[in-house]
Design a protein around this ligand. Sequence first.
Ligand code: PLP
Length: 389
Amino acid sequence: MTDKNDKFETRAIAKGRMSEEHFGAVNTPVYRASTILYPDVAAIKANTQPYTYGRRGTPSTKSFEDAISSLEGAAKTVSVTSGVQAIGLAILSVCSAGDHILMVDSCYEPTRTLCDRTLRRFGIQTSYYAPTDDIAPHLKPNTKAVFCESPGSLTFEVQDIPAIVKTAHAHNNGKGASVLMDNTWATPLYFQPLKHGVDLSIQAATKYIGGHADVMLGYVAANERHAARLHQLHGDLGLYASGDDCFLGLRGLRTLSIRLARHQETALTLARWLQARPEVARILYPPLEADPGHVLWKRDFSGACGLFGLVLKPVSEDAVAAFVNGLRHFGIGYSWGGFESLIVPAHIKRTAKPFVAEGPVLRIHAGLEDAGDLIADLEQGLARLKEAS
Ligand SMILES: Cc1ncc(COP(=O)(O)O)c(C=O)c1O
């Protein structure tokens, strides 16, 4: 049992449990089901069964979605098969042909591709704003959605979400544009979009909520005003997340707070160590006081994850490769949020305002390994970089 005063950590343990319906099992077991049987014709007519057909939900999806709704403060959460699917669903639930979406320039690149290639084909127009811009001059009479991703997952600019919400909601004489936010970096543990006025909170649960690099999962959590449309479109498009994946999402949720605290601690240790190195121009990580987004991050967020950027001083591509290729504890891969450390060169695409970097940019995910081992590995890598320069 929880009450409204319980903290996130407590609710992440308690919510979405239905032990009494499952022979006492603590977490809701995996349900794999398409057909759901009705006891008789009267039950079909009454239409009061909690489950009607596998695609429309099972106890596994309900447990996951109920837990998320509590943590996000949402009226409705729908689960889908990936973060990108959640992004597309959220946008389509507010935009129609002829509408305009104002997209942050620092968004995850597939979000940009979705807008510029596919949504354009369906008559939805996109333009881009720099993450720290005042959005007012960018709004158009047909702007229906303002999309945020804060911090951006390659360049880590922090956005002033309350200010964006205020301007977007006042647009068109108060008719307003909806605010959508990809909150994968902070997770609902460290930032709750809906409590800051965002209308649709998007999460690639593939990352920290799954937490073990072994599941693809996403969700959209909606406030009261956006819940019905979101639910309806989720059904119309036949979207769904499997019982297995929701089970893994729910299991990850139970340990999210301790994992994130450790990711954050290790990331801070690595970031501070790297910041003092002569090969490094700067670190992109809002918890560092020198970061341009630090003040906003401190005002709005209660923590940080393990993902940050590293800007090297000018150096050849071969030297960067010598640094990255020989690392023992950092996998080379595009994802993040799992238990393992990762590193990847960042290819930054901008169309509203260039991102100016002194040298090559790399993205690091600090995993759950020993921080001293990770530093020793990076130190040897920087020695290789120097040798190859
Ligand atoms: C910020 C951000 N949002 C969304 C996604 C998409 O998530 P998924 O891979 O589950 O589609 C990613 C994936 O890397 C991401 O980094």
